[in-house]
Design a protein around this ligand. Structure first.
Ligand code: HEC
Length: 221
């Protein structure tokens, strides 16, 4: 009986520990998080950040450049000058030249596509990941990460984080994560504004119906 209890305790401990690791508390790393997908200037800055700092390694394989430009209110000139660093044309998907085999070889794990990352994980996860790198001499990249333990992603924002104030870095992350939320669900803002129109229409319709109802019954009574 005693040994049964001992075995049970070990299992309880293991499952407890796994659970704790799975539901890691992000709160500590998302202070200052305030993502605004309705702010088109923020999304434009986020797009600029993504194409400057992330697109060399990460793709957005379900997005086309010109769709991004149209949704975010960017002109074709700005698009060509500021967002497209490869030999792609505006109607192409956002890919890069890194082959998966090379990515696996160079990093241990190829950088994943980021189109759906804020939905697969969460916006908090992405913000926390970019906000929780710390120096670690035992890691091949020289850094480790609190949110993704033993991550093979280098801290590509190192210089930037050194140069910017905490608020500025936080703004940079909010813009970048906001852009990735948009990429995961490009019609989210259209859907929201559509909702307002639909409710407005129903309200006006209600007023007319009520007036009509009054009018008809006045004659009947
Ligand atoms: C030098 C290449 C490189 C650059 C540049 C880079 N990353 Fe990464 N990133 C990686 C690698 C490699 C991984 C895989 C890490 C792992 O799973 O161990 C990764 C993983 C991630 C993940 C985790 C995805 C998941 O499914 O868990 C996110 C989110 C991410 N990167 C966001 C970004 C953002 C945002 C930028 C731009 C600010 C960026 N990365 C720039 C190499 C890069």
């Amino acid at each position: 009986m005693k040994s049964l209890f001992a075995i049970y305790s070990v299992f309880a401990f293991i499952s407890g520990a796994t659970f704790a690791a799975g539901s890691m508390d992000l709160d500590e790393y998302i202070e200052g998080m305030n993502v605004k997908t309705s702010d088109s200037k923020s999304l434009q800055r986020g797009a600029r950040n993504f194409f400057n700092y992330c697109s060399g390694c990460h793709t957005l394989q379900y997005m086309r450049y010109n769709q991004i430009a149209e949704d975010l209110g960017i002109s074709e000139d700005q698009l060509m000058q500021n967002l497209i660093f490869t030999d792609s044309s505006p109607q192409d998907l956002v890919m890069n030249n890194m082959l998966k085999e090379d990515g696996d070889r160079w990093f241990g794990k190829a950088p994943p596509d980021l189109t759906l990352v804020t939905r697969r994980k969460s916006p908090e996860y992405v913000y926390g990941l970019l906000n929780s790198f710390y120096p670690d001499n035992n890691s091949p990249t020289g850094v480790n990460n609190h949110v993704q333990e033993a991550s093979s992603m280098p801290h590509v924002l190192w210089d930037l984080q050194e140069r910017l104030s905490d608020e500025e870095y936080s703004q940079f992350l909010n813009d970048t994560v906001g852009f990735l939320v948009y990429a995961g669900e490009p019609i989210v803002e259209k859907r929201k504004s559509m909702g307002v129109w639909v409710i407005g229409f129903l309200l006006i319709f209600l007023i007319f119906s009520y007036a009509l109802y009054k009018d008809i019954w006045r004659e009947v009574k």
